[in-house]
Design a protein. Sequence first.
Length: 512
Amino acid sequence: MAHQLVIVLDFGGQYNQLIARRVRECGVYCEVRSYKTPIEEIRAMHPIGIIFTGGPNSVYDEKSPHIGKEIFDLGIPILGICYGAQLMAYTLGGTVSPCETSEYGKTETHYNTSSVIFGGIHLPETAISWMSHTDYVSKLPEGFVNSAHTADCPNAAFEDPARKLYAVQFHPEVNHTFAGLGMIDSFVKNVCGGIGDWTMAGYAKTAIESIREKVGDGKVLLALSGGVDSSVAAALLAKAVGSQLTCIFVDHGFMRKNEGDEVEAAFKDSGMQFVRVNAKEQFMARMRGVSDPETKRKIIGEEFIRVFEQEAKKLGKVDFLVQGTIYPDVIESGVGDAAVIKSHHNVGGLPDHVDFKEIIEPLRMLFKDEVRKLGTELGLSPVLVWRQPFPGPGLAIRIIGDITDDKLEILQDADFIFREEIAKAGLDRDINQYFAVLTNMRSVGVMGDSRTYDYTVALRAVTTSDFMTADFAQIPYDVLAVAASRIVNEVRNVNRIVYDVTTKPPATIEWE
Ligand code: XMP
């Protein structure tokens, strides 16, 4: 089924993906494309609307990204955001000037609520918007009228309704902008004519049909990690091709408490072939005495591929290999020049020696929140759908220093209690990631009347939208107190709990 499309033209803004997610939240399908996309290509995609993102540049910088005037003649509605607003004004003959007072953060904004994007969305005439700019539009192009202002920015929004061109200096996609989602909804529905034909039920149906058509009676292989993406991909493939699918779940032994069994239970009755490889001994043998974080990661990555390949070979030739790639990976690929902070191992990475014809990436166009919705739609267990991110190397990189069976058990128990208390406090969907770390440090304590010399467990919990930056979660003290007291009482060899209060950067989310 073809659905309506909005294109987000990316001018290098940090919120490009967020804009696309917001448009999809409004029920309209959206893709992010580079601002360099040729105009013929844009026209051929038949978008109902285009959104220009923000960007770090000034329109007057020689190297700043520009766009030809012709895009404004396509008759397709355009919304410019931040740099995108300035670029629209500049390209159409307006003037952009440096701000006398730059605006950053929450800013009181006065709206003209008779504008089609600000009306009918319960937006008061004065409300907070999120600003981040050092240039502003000082003179509007011909045909445009002002539709919002702040104390320091006379043209916080402007529009030419006859040509369906709209521009906002602030960021409606950011939660801090009051009614920001409503503004985007007004643009895609009331200006572009979006009908809201993008739903996960519709997506599941279409994806299942196209997978069936592609696979025919072929054999399909999937590496299941138990993470959200590979689990949802497995559920989708199982619905589409059932017994033609084999999922290989390599349990390296560094999963959280009970997790391996939970994954197995979720897929046992799905009609697919489910192979669980209990490879803990094999992994442990290679990890003995290893304490360097990067070496741990490399060993687990290599060993994982080896075990997976051994199992896959038993199946003979497979026709298709499934990958759980999701849309942010697609958008970000090609950027590739960021410094390597940690060598991420993603279970489901492409093995070299498995003989297959083609790759299927059924989640390639979905954002994470959509993947979860799809999982729910497919009836996948909430334990898997709402699973927090978990690193491929698992608890091996949450035990600082060398790994032993004992340490693994201590960490699994402590982590289980922490997770249980977070869930009991109803915080599990607000905190994006939370876990325990077994530090390699012992300290003196007292239990009964005796001296103890035991491990320190660190608790880590963060809130983040993209995992690139993160804040430590402000967990209420009473929740921390209960978790700490339970861990020292119920888990042997732990006598001290600390809470990690660093942000990322400068720390990372994981400790190794
Ligand atoms: P850091 O520690 O780099 O983590 O701030 C950012 C996010 O990535 C997860 N992480 C991994 N995910 N394979 C993964 O699939 C890995 O090797 C890996 N290492 C870290 C981490 O849990 C956090 O969500």
